[in-house]
Design a protein around this ligand. Structure first.
Ligand SMILES: *Cc1c(COP(=O)(O)O)cnc(C)c1O
Length: 391
């Protein structure tokens, strides 16, 4: 049986896959099982932030695997505490809690927010307001938190206590908040929702409004974090101070990790046995994450992300089929003339691994992509969109 045949027979069909079986990669280049070469501007949805098989990352991970590959959370771990220290020092936040995915990071933030409110105000003040078009994960609770009706099917009963407000509409936010609201959770750039960049004024007004009411600000940086937008976290572009920040995708550099970071006033909310996960804080995963973080915080690295993003945007706007670009750093949504899903399939068949977000094409290239590689990606996209227009 081929890989595809086995997959179709033995793996639950939760993804509509493209007809490609990737086998190996280096930098922004991947190869499939037939040896066909691809340029990857999707990074496995923003995960391979340093590209495929970065040498230093491979060394950090394999050395850690050969030293101690796992210990339970009943013991101290140098890799995990180093990583938590770095993140707290870089952000001014106070403590981290470890998990294994973006959804888990958000679950943790939701639990911390609700427990903070329970401890301080008692039962009932547990509502969390999120934004329409948001995406927060696939567990039953994070589906509830996700502000898109398509995610609220089949799996009833969903977790209670979420309300949704239209993004960039302060009145809508005021209408959604009640006396029982304990937190507001949002992405400053909605990734899955179509690369929607929130307005600065709206976000600042939202922060002020929430502060006055002791409503916690949870910023979901699962897709936007760890250098993706040209800053360590995208909220830095807005000048706000979140109470909880969730991190996943890009930080592991390819291994599964989720983190919830909290501000000083929340640092003692969680006590032993209120939260946990067997695999969380795994030393191999944390060794990779430490390497990613050390790399992207080198002087000049994040400036280069913005510079390359601006270059990519300029080149994209020269393409006849491109109607507009929504971008911050190397997080890029491309409005095109025509169907984005068909265009993505054409690109992939032509050797450009690209993704979509709603009716846009989306690029989340590895942060180490070069201008020459951007040029190559652009010419592949140009060719694919041309074919796309005349079937
Ligand atoms: C991908 C994503 C998630 C979910 O992360 P998983 O690792 O798939 O659980 C949550 N929030 C945002 C903003 C994401 O982009």
């Amino acid at each position: 049986m081929t890989t595809k045949e086995k997959d179709l027979q033995y793996i639950m069909h939760t993804y509509g896959r493209y007809d490609v079986a990737l086998q190996r990669g280096k930098g922004v280049i991947a190869y499939d099982e037939d040896g066909k070469r691809y340029i990857d501007v999707s990074s496995g949805i923003g995960v391979n932030s340093l590209g495929y098989c970065d040498e230093g990352w491979v060394k950090a991970v394999s050395e850690q695997a050969a030293t101690i590959q796992h210990m339970s959370n009943y013991f101290y771990s140098k890799q995990a505490s180093d990583l938590a220290e770095k993140l707290c020092t870089l952000t001014g936040l106070s403590k981290a809690c470890f998990g294994n995915s973006g959804a888990e990071a958000n679950e943790c933030a939701i639990k911390v927010a609700r427990k903070y409110s329970f401890d301080k105000y008692g039962k009932g003040r547990s509502q969390i307001v999120t934004l329409k078009n948001s995406f927060h994960g696939r567990t039953v609770t994070t589906l509830s938190a996700t502000g898109q009706d398509v995610f609220h099917n089949y799996f009833f009963p969903f977790t209670e206590g979420f309300a949704f407000a239209e993004a960039n509409d302060f009145e809508a936010l005021k209408n959604a908040v009640t006396d029982n609201t304990c937190a507001m959770m949002f992405e400053v750039i909605q990734g899955e929702g179509g690369v929607n960049i929130l307005d600065k004024d709206y976000v600042r007004e939202l922060e002020r409004f929430c502060r006055e009411r002791d409503i916690l600000l949870i910023v979901d940086e699962v897709q936007t974090g760890i250098g993706r937008t040209g800053k360590l976290f995208a909220y830095e572009h807005y000048g706000i101070k979140p109470d909880l920040v969730t991190v996943a995708k890009g930080i592991g550099g390819g291994l599964p990790i989720g983190l919830c970071l909290c501000a000083d006033k929340l640092k003692d909310v969680m006590s032993p046995s209120t939260h946990g996960t067997t695999f969380g804080a795994n030393p191999v995963v944390c060794a990779g994450a430490n390497y990613v973080l050390d790399t992207i915080t080198q002087p000049g690295f994040l400036d280069a992300v913005e510079e390359k993003g601006a270059y990519l945007e300029e080149k994209l706007l020269e393409l006849p089929k491109v109607k507009g670009v929504r971008r911050m750093g190397l997080m890029v949504g491309i409005e095109i003339d025509g169907d984005a899903h068909e265009a993505a399939a054409k690109c992939i068949a032509n050797g450009l691994l690209i993704i979509t977000a709603k009716d846009l094409l989306r690029m989340l290239p590895p942060l180490i992509i070069t201008k020459a590689e951007i040029d190559e990606a652009i010419s592949m996209l140009r060719a694919s969109l041309k074919i796309h227009s005349c079937p």
